[in-house]
Design a binder for this molecule. Structure first.
Ligand code: GRF
Length: 196
């Protein structure tokens, strides 16, 4: 039986697409049953449409409270019979009800070597800008379990990349993203195998 996985995204969705395509190729034994977006008009939603993956938009501002949003999120996961939740550029905190319902089943990827360059506001280009400004010689990608705070939670695995001399944040971002797209399906596949 393939594991039912829901991906959550707030942006371009390249990792979402990489996961779907790896599953289609049979490199990832998962059924990507849905995409949750927290805002309309994002690239990930276009990709979901092109890839024929059901999508749901759940903006927190449409709910009377964070608790209500958390519950709606949980209902959607239950509707799709999700077993795993994969955050791929999802810029919202996961609520306590969802966290409690999916212990060690929600993971995230962050484009730096956490705990360096993580936390609230550290996303997208800002991460790579900060890495370069700090004169770091290496950066990387961290896959970690999700907790109630941004970029916290035990590390699952980390991958290192050298920062090239004179590299711009845009160039570094592109290289890191490329690696992340390649690695995310592998990391998830390893987890699925080890928890079978
Ligand atoms: C990735 O770099 C991920 O690590 C971070 O946000 C980015 C999302 O990229 N959390 P995409 O939307 O999957 O292209």
């Amino acid at each position: 039986m393939k594991a039912k996985v829901v991906v959550c995204a707030s942006g371009d969705g390249s990792n979402f697409q990489a996961l779907v395509e790896a599953a289609q190729r049979g490199q990832l034994q998962a059924d990507i049953v849905g995409l949750i977006a927290n805002k309309p008009g994002i690239g990930a939603l276009n990709r979901a449409q092109n890839l024929n993956v059901p999508a749901k938009i759940l903006p927190a501002k449409n709910y009377t409270s964070f608790v209500e949003w958390d519950l709606a999120f949980l209902r959607q996961l239950r509707d799709w019979q999700a077993e795993w939740v994969v955050l791929a550029g999802f810029l919202a905190l996961i609520g306590p009800q969802v966290l409690a319902a999916f212990p060690k089943r929600i993971l995230n990827s962050h484009p730096s070597l956490l705990p360096k360059f993580g936390g609230q506001g550290m996303y997208g280009q800002r991460v790579h800008q900060a890495v370069i400004e700090a004169g770091e010689l290496e950066t990387g990608i961290t896959f970690h379990w999700v907790e109630a705070e941004y970029d916290r939670g035990a590390v699952i695995s980390q991958f290192r990349l050298a920062v090239n001399k004179g590299e711009t944040p845009t160039q570094l971002a592109e290289r890191v993203k490329c690696e992340e797209n390649r690695l995310y399906p592998r990391v998830l596949e390893d987890l699925l195998r080890s928890t079978q």
